[in-house]
Design a protein around this ligand. Structure first.
Ligand code: PAF
Length: 278
C-alpha cells in the first residue's frame, strides 16, 4: 500500500495506475461502513484509492473539527487489510494553501435538512470532493447512504459539472441493535449509546406505519417525534419525510421516499435515514 501525503505524490501514483480506479473518500477513524465501501471498490476496480482528510471547511465554527476522532495508524492497518493500493492523506495546508479562494456550491438540494442546520457544510463538502476527484481522477467513487443528502449533493454536482466519474452509493452498515455506524458514535457514553438506538427505532416505525397503509406524512412524522420524545437524552433537530431525489418535504407518500432525522444525544449530533417504499 502506497501513502501519498502531497498532491504531487498522489498524482504520480495515479499516473502509474492502470485500469479502473475506485475511490473511497473518508475523514478517517474508519469503521465497518467505510470498509464495506473499500471492499466494494476492491471488487469492482483494478486500483483502489482511499483518502483520509478531516476537511476543516465542512465544519461550522461551533462544530467538532478539533475533537473529531483521529487514529491514522489504525486506519492504515484497516485499509492495508482490505488491500487498498493507495492512501491519500494530505494536510490542511496542502489542500487549502494561503490564498485559496475557489468554492463549489450546489444550490436547492442543499437548502434544507443538513444544509439548513449546518450552514456552509455542503459548500465545504462539495469543494473538497471536487478537489479530491481532480487529484485522484477516479473511475468510480463510493459513498455511504447514511449521508443521504451528501450523496445527492455530490451526484448532482457530478452531473451538473459533467464530471467524468460514476458515483456509487452503498447501503448503511448498522450495529446489531440498528445504530448506523458513524465515526462520531465514539463520543457516546454508555447510557447515550443505549439512547441512540431511538433513531433507528423511529425510522423503523416510519417503515412499519407505511407498511400498514399510512400515507400521510404528518401522521408519520408525529408518531416518530413522539417515540423519540420518550427518550430523555434525545433532542430532535429534524424529522423528515422527503422526496428521495430533491429532499423536498412531502405531504403524501405516493412513491419511494426518504425518512431521515437528526437527533442530538447529549452533545453528540447523529443523523440516519431509511428509504420507505411508495
Ligand atoms: O462523508 C465524509 O466522510 C466527508 O464528508 C467526505 C465525503 C470525505 C468529504 O470530506
Amino acid at each position: 500500500m502506497q501513502i501519498a501525503r502531497t498532491i504531487a505524490e498522489m498524482k504520480t501514483f495515479r499516473m502509474k495506475s492502470l485500469g479502473s480506479v475506485g475511490f473511497v473518500p473518508t475523514m478517517g477513524y474508519l469503521h465497518d461502513g467505510h470498509l464495506a465501501l473499500v471492499k466494494q471498490a476492491r471488487a469492482e476496480n483494478s486500483v483502489v484509492v482511499a483518502s483520509i482528510f478531516v476537511n476543516p471547511t465542512q465544519f461550522g465554527p461551533t462544530e467538532d473539527f478539533k475533537t473529531y476522532p483521529r487514529d491514522t495508524e489504525r486506519d492504515l492497518a484497516m485499509l492495508r487489510k482490505e488491500r487498498t493500493d493507495i492512501v491519500f492523506m494530505p494536510t490542511a495546508e496542502e489542500m487549502y494553501p494561503e490564498g485559496f479562494n475557489s468554492w463549489v456550491e450546489v444550490e436547492k438540494v442543499t437548502d434544507r435538512l443538513e444544509g439548513s442546520y449546518r450552514p456552509g457544510h455542503f459548500k465545504g463538502v462539495a469543494t473538497v470532493v471536487v478537489k479530491l476527484f481532480n487529484i485522484v481522477e477516479p473511475t468510480r467513487a463510493y459513498l455511504g447512504q447514511k449521508d443521504a443528502q451528501q450523496a445527492l449533493v455530490i451526484k448532482k454536482m457530478v452531473a451538473d459539472l459533467n464530471m467524468n466519474l460514476e458515483i456509487i452509493v452503498a447501503p448503511t452498515v448498522r450495529e446489531s441493535d440498528g445504530l448506523a455506524m458513524s465515526s462520531r458514535n465514539v463520543y457516546l457514553k454508555p447510557q447515550e449509546r443505549q439512547a441512540a438506538t431511538v433513531l433507528f427505532k423511529a425510522l423503523t416505525l416510519a417503515r412499519n406505519l407505511r407498511g400498514k397503509g399510512e400515507s400521510n406524512t404528518e401522521t408519520i412524522r408525529q408518531e416518530m417525534t413522539s417515540l423519540i420524545s420518550k427518550e430523555p437524552l434525545a433532542k430532535i433537530e429534524y424529522v423528515s419525510i422527503a422526496d428521495a431525489e430533491t429532499m423536498e418535504e412531502l405531504t403524501e407518500i405516493d412513491k419511494p421516499v426518504l425518512a431521515s432525522l437528526a437527533v442530538r444525544i447529549g452533545k453528540t449530533r447523529l443523523i440516519d435515514n431509511v428509504l420507505v417504499s411508495g
